[in-house]
Every structure is written in structure tokens, then in C-alpha cells.
Ligand binder design. Structure first.
Ligand code: GLC
Length: 564
């Protein structure tokens, strides 16, 4: 939906395309995607029809967690370009009517951040240490970790340091908290200096012209570190009332109210979306209130099976919660942290997250996936979602129908999960493989030898191989995004009756209709559906069966769009 630069509500129903910069396009042949690579592909992004790009971190980083370990929040990793390259990219994006969202990682810095280095060099109890969570260990000699909290990527969440300041220089000393990798020390958000510094970062990028921010692990910033630390055998949120020591604490909202004041210093105000893996309650929407960030990711469809009742009830609930809080809803099927959805939908029904992990660990050998069904469902789900009010967050490569790469050579794996679990959980590299642009160019047109190897089959899904090919996934996305901008309507919808439970049918206020058959066999279309209004199908077009009664059918695992 193209909107004028002064439109302050552009984000409410935007199609946002997530770029994982290292894997998008490599302009200098070093095998790592970069900012000039993004600029060079702006016409592709423009032709795709998205409203905004969201860039995963491109800041200086040792890449212990793919860039979510940030050394310097106000700079560009030299391997990915320079601040000038960033400015050029923003300018090219804006010239193409594409807005730019950048990732902010406020829960933790990297262990190479100047503040953390200063904290290590300083003594226990110093102001330098007070920017992070440094604690004395338990046991006679402080040799036991101060808590049993596990880290997200495996292993414990506390690491002991060797003191550098006298009189204890050279001996083992305090411990610091890192909910993720050892290289990602958690900030202490009770410290006003930390709060102020993130305001500076928000202003730094806002002044450079970015239009919004995606907030990493937004629900974890504020913690209850009062001693003794409360035991927590798993990191999943066990309680859902704000009493968890680590997640979704009420006081986190003060932080984001402060951020909103900063974002509102700009005209139009900057947009923001929280990554808050909170349960499905109104607590999640608090992050998205107009007085805070405006949106919070909703991962419910991502986690749901491809099922009519599930999809409908999730959409209903998310829309009503969003409306009640003044936010707009968000929808996501894939991102850089999860198995790509055409692969997820290709699993036998009833498969669990553990089954996905086991499949990855078996290099994709078992179970055998039904890839044709995976793509069929992915395309149907995408059109179901793109018709809904709210913002669609798309992950690079999903417009090509890319599958997860499950059989990356072990030696190429980089996700800290793989290392911190002693190779028991493979991690997220399989969705981060550099994009295939052209089947006939070296490295599939990505650039230099990619930092993660591209499988041979990537070539058949390359952008150039799908360009202009009727029925290709790329052309379906282009058509859908183009129709979406023309059909966009008020943020409401009406659910319509359908004769079969596996068929879900909704209509936007301007008459735009979306019908999905979640079953695998053809189903009867609701009566009164005028097939001459079909403008888009995720699969085979609907066919008249001409046998009276219901009149027409919709193919299995298919979504149709009808224009008013
Ligand atoms: C978020 C990011 C993920 C990262 C983690 C720690 O969940 O999406 O990629 O590993 O935060 O920063």
C-alpha cells in the first residue's frame, strides 16, 4: 500500500519484508550479504510490492549469534558496509516508496561492547558493572553460579569472569547473566544510563531517516534480580501474571512508554514492533498500545497447524485484542528463527516442535516430507493472511517458496544453539542460507561463495527462474501484494458462513472476499459466491462442477481472493 511520506499510520496495514542482511545479496564478493547488496536489489523489492523492509542487525558484531550480539549500536559492521552505505540504502528505499525498519537489541549487548569491556576491567560494585547483571557466586568460594537459570541456547545463563582489577586481578571472581549466549551479557535496565543510551540509539537511527524499529526480546528487559534469585528450571514463561522473574514484568512498560516519547519526537512518529514471545493473552497487547510500541508480533498462526478452526479462531482473537488495545495486528509465518513454513506444512499432520528438531538433526532424512503439499498449504496460508487487517511480516525467500535447508554440512553450522547443546539441537541456520537469485550465475547470483552453502535445488527456486512464470510462487506474491494495495480497506472484517467446516470465508468492508479450503479434497463453495470476481488463487482456479446443488467447488488447500 503506497502512502505519502507524512502518513503516520502507514505501518498499521503494511507488508513488511524481513531482510537478513548477511544472506540477502553480496555486492563485494566476500560471501556475506551487505548493505550495498540490498540497495542493488531495490528494484526487485519494489516490484514485489512490499511497503517496508526490516533489517536484522547489521551492526559491528563477532556474529556469535548472527549479529544479535551487538558491539556498537550506532555503527555498521565493516563487512556489511558503512554508515554512508546505510544512508544510500535508505535513500534508495525511500525513492522506491519503501520504508525502512531496523532491529534494536536492548536485552543484551555483545561481550565486545565497550561497556562490557569496561565492566570486566572494573571492580565488583563499580558503576561499570552496574550496567549489566554481575553477581557473586554461591558456595564457600563463589564457585557456584548464583542461579540455576538456563540460557536459551543451552547451558547455564551465568558465566564466571576472571577479575582484572586489583587486588583480585587474575583470580576467578563474579558471575554475569546472559539469557542467550555467553557472548551476550544482559543489560541492567534498572540503570538510568542504560535507558538513556537506548534513547540515544533510537534518535541516532531516526535522524538517519529510518521509519521504525523492531525490538528484540522486548519482554525480557526488566528482571527481578532480588536475592536470593528465584529458581526457574525452564526459560518458558510459566506464569502469566507478571510475576515471572525474567519475562513480561509489569515494569517493562515504563521502558517502552519512554521509547514512545522519543519516537513521537519525529513527524511522522516512528513505528515500532515488539518481539514479545508472551502467551496468548491481553498481556501481549500491552506492548502494542499506542502509548508504547504500536505493534507486537503475533506468532500464533506461525505455531498453529494448518487447520480451519485454528486459523479462524486465532485471527478472530488477535483482531479483537488488537482493536481493544488500539494496536494493529501482525501476522508472521516465517522469520530467521524458525523452520521455513513450506517445510513445516510438509510434515505429517500432528507433528510437534520436537519432531521438527529431530528432522533437522537427521539432516532432513526422516520423516520424508510431502513438499508439494507443503508449498500448496504455504501459498494458501499466505493468501489467507494477506487478506487480514493488520501488518504482514514476510521473511526473505518465502516469496520464492524456499524450503528449510536441513542438511547443511555440520562444519558450516554457526547457530550458538548447535554448540551450546553439544550438537543435540541444530538451530536456525537452515532458514538463513543466502538467497538464490539466478540459477545460471555463480553462487546462484548471491555474490561470493556464500557463508552457508546453498543446496543444488535452490537453483530451481531462484528469483530469475520464477520471474514472469505464471503460477510461480514469486508471481503469486507479486500479484497478491499488488491486489492487496488496491483492495486495502478499513481494519475490520466479517466472517461469513460456509457449508463446510474446512472452508473459512471472510469479507472486508469494501467487499474484498477471501475463501480458504483447509481440507485436502475439493470442497463446496459457499452459495452466492460469484466466481467471476475471483482475481487470485493460491493454487488451481476454482472450477464450476456444474452438478447443481452447491454449484461450484474450491480445490483442496487453496485460497481464493474475490475483488468487489
Ligand atoms: C531474538 C532474535 C534471535 C536472537 C535472540 C537473541 O529472538 O530473533 O535471532 O537469537 O533474540 O538476541
Amino acid at each position: 500500500m503506497s502512502a505519502s511520506p507524512s502518513d503516520s499510520l502507514w505501518w498499521r496495514q503494511a507488508a513488511v519484508y524481513q531482510i537478513y542482511p548477511r544472506s540477502f545479496a553480496d555486492s563485494n564478493g566476500d560471501g556475506m550479504g551487505d548493505l550495498p547488496g540490498i540497495t542493488s536489489r531495490m528494484s526487485y523489492l519494489s516490484a514485489l510490492g512490499i511497503d517496508a523492509i526490516w533489517l536484522s542487525p547489521f551492526y559491528p558484531s563477532a556474529l556469535a549469534d548472527g549479529g544479535y550480539d551487538v558491539d556498537d549500536y550506532r555503527n555498521v559492521d565493516p563487512r556489511l558496509g558503512s554508515l554512508d552505505d546505510f544512508d544510500a540504502m535508505v535513500e534508495a528505499a525511500h525513492a522506491a516508496d519503501i520504508r525502512v525498519i531496523v532491529d534494536v537489541v536492548p536485552n543484551h549487548s555483545s561481550n565486545r561492547h565497550e561497556w562490557f569491556k569496561a565492566a570486566l576491567a572494573a571492580a565488583p560494585g563499580s558503576p561499570e558493572r552496574a550496567r549489566y547483571h554481575f553477581l557473586d557466586g554461591l558456595g564457600d568460594d563463589g564457585e557456584l553460579p548464583p542461579s540455576d537459570w538456563p540460557s536459551h541456547f543451552g547451558g547455564g545463563a551465568c558465566t564466571r569472569v576472571v577479575e582484572q582489577a586489583e587486588p583480585n586481578a587474575g583470580s576467578l571472581g563474579q558471575w554475569y547473566l546472559h539469557l542467550f549466549a555467553t557472548e551476550q551479557p544482559d543489560f541492567n535496565w534498572d540503570n538510568p544510563e542504560v535507558r538513556e543510551d537506548f534513547h540515544t540509539t533510537l534518535r541516532f537511527w531516526s535522524d538517519r531517516g529510518v521509519d521504525g524499529f523492531r525490538i528484540d526480546v522486548a519482554h525480557a528487559l526488566v528482571k527481578d534480580m532480588s536475592l536470593p534469585l528465584r529458581s526457574k528450571p525452564a526459560l518458558d514463561i510459566l506464569v502469566d501474571d507478571g510475576s515471572d522473574p525474567l519475562f513480561d514484568r509489569d515494569a517493562v512498560h515504563e521502558v517502552f512508554e519512554g521509547w514512545r516519547s522519543v519516537l513521537n519526537e519525529y513527524n511522522p512518529p516512528k513505528a515500532a514492533v515488539a518481539e514479545a514471545w508472551c502467551p496468548f493473552t491481553d498481556r501481549r497487547l500491552k506492548y502494542a498500545r499506542p502509548t508504547e510500541l504500536g505493534q507486537a508480533f503475533n506468532f500464533d498462526l506461525l505455531q498453529a497447524p494448518f487447520d480451519a478452526a485454528e486459523f479462524r479462531s486465532i485471527a478472530e482473537k488477535c483482531l479483537s485484542e488488537a482493536a481493544a488495545s488500539g494496536a494493529s495486528s501482525t501476522w508472521v509465518f516465517s522469520n530467521h528463527d524458525v523452520v521455513r513454513h513450506p517445510s513445516r506444512y510438509a510434515f505429517p499432520d500432528g507433528s510437534t516442535r520436537d519432531d521438527l528438531e529431530a528432522w533437522l538433526l537427521a539432516d532432513g532424512a526422516t520423516p520424508a516430507l510431502d513438499l508439494a503439499r507443503g508449498v500448496r498449504r504455504a501459498r494458501a496460508a499466505t493468501l489467507f493472511m494477506l487478506g487480514l487487517p493488520g501488518s504482514a511480516y514476510l521473511y526473505q525467500g518465502e516469496e520464492l517458496g524456499l524450503f528449510e535447508v536441513a542438511d547443511l554440512p555440520a562444519a558450516s553450522l554457526q547457530d550458538p544453539t548447535w554448540f551450546r547443546t553439544d550438537h543435540k539441537i541444530k538451530g536456525r541456520d537452515g532458514c538463513r542460507v543466502p538467497l538464490p537469485w539466478s540459477a545460471t550465475e555463480p553462487n546462484l547470483g548471491f555474490g561470493g561463495t556464500p557463508w552457508l552453502p546453498q543446496p543444488e535445488w535452490f537453483g530451481s527456486l531462484a528469483a530469475a527462474a520464477q520471474d514472469g512464470v505464471a503460477g510461480s510462487t514469486l508471481e503469486m506474491y507479486r500479484a497478491a501484494l499488488s491486489w492487496r494495495s488496491k483492495l486495502q480497506a478499513e481494519e475490520t472484517l466479517e466472517w461469513l458462513d460456509s457449508p463446510e467446516a474446512r472452508v473459512v470465508h471472510y469479507r472486508r468492508p469494501n467487499g474484498w472476499e477471501v475463501i480458504t479450503n483447509f481440507g485436502d479434497a475439493p470442497a463446496q463453495l459457499p452459495s452466492g459466491v460469484d466466481l467471476s470476481k475471483v482475481v487470485l488463487s493460491s493454487g488451481a482456479p476454482a472450477v464450476e462442477n456444474g452438478t447443481g446443488a452447491g454449484g461450484a467447488t474450491i480445490e483442496g488447500e487453496t485460497t481464493l481472493w474475490l475483488a468487489p
